[in-house]
Design a protein around this ligand. Structure first.
Ligand SMILES: CSCCC(=O)C(=O)COP(=O)(O)O
Ligand SMILES: [Zn+2]
Length: 207
């Protein structure tokens, strides 16, 4: 674990910042990065940690199938570990995965008329998402039904790989996943989706 200390310190600080934004109530949310030197390993948050106090020691190492690696035996990884494993496999350039439980994401993903996706159009900030170069774009953020069965859920995202090209998806009444090729990129995707979800929620309240 020593060789990832700097990255763990950096990500832990970011996780505490996310918590301060109110995107991580209770012990919710989880985070990971691909081990920079051993790509058969993922460094992921332990399960059930209050993110207010999250530190670099609250990570553990797992293999690409979610099994605790040598040195992390007996520690419980995030309950959503298999989602992280699947995303690293589907998108090999991914280095960081971030998962939040904000109020806008939780509420809007449960809205009946948006069962499959929320579509964002006309927003300037869309240009911060992969492959988008003008505000005159429509971006669909897929919504998948929440599921406690992670084996089944990972197959669902595998089957929907073609809908996951803009670095994020929602689990209904649960939260947002966003990823990127660096912490900066993953943070950008996460912040943009959280911002857009907040815009849409505010719009509903105005109407
Ligand atoms: C208490 S929140 C329910 C689990 C969840 O959705 C989550 O994001 C946190 O799970 P973990 O096992 O990573 O702590
Ligand atoms: Zn969650």
């Amino acid at each position: 674990m020593e060789e990832t200390k700097e990255k763990r310190i950096e990500l832990a600080a970011f996780i505490r910042w996310i918590n301060e934004k109110g995107w991580s109530p209770g012990t919710s949310t989880n985070y990971s990065f691909l081990h920079p030197e051993q790509e058969d390993k993922i460094v992921i948050s332990r399960s059930g940690i209050d993110k207010t106090y999250f530190s670099e020691d609250d990570f553990m190492e797992i293999d690409r199938e979610g099994k605790p690696a040598k040195g992390s035996e007996g520690i419980k990884p995030s309950a959503e570990t298999l989602i992280h494993c699947e995303l690293y496999n589907l998108f090999p350039s991914t280095r960081y995965i971030l998962h939040t439980h904000s109020m806008p994401g939780t509420l809007l993903s449960g809205k009946k008329e948006w069962e499959e996706a929320i579509t964002f159009s006309g927003y300037e900030v869309l240009k911060g998402l992969p492959g988008i170069s003008t505000h005159e774009s429509e971006v669909e953020l897929p919504i998948f039904a929440n599921d406690q069965d992670m084996d089944r859920f990972r197959l669902l995202i595998r089957d929907n790989q073609n809908r996951l090209q803009t670095g994020g998806f929602l689990m209904a009444k649960h939260g947002l996943y966003a990823w990127g090729n660096s912490l900066q990129e993953a943070k950008r995707h996460l912040e943009i989706y959280e911002f857009l979800l907040t815009c849409e929620l505010n719009l509903l309240q105005i109407r």
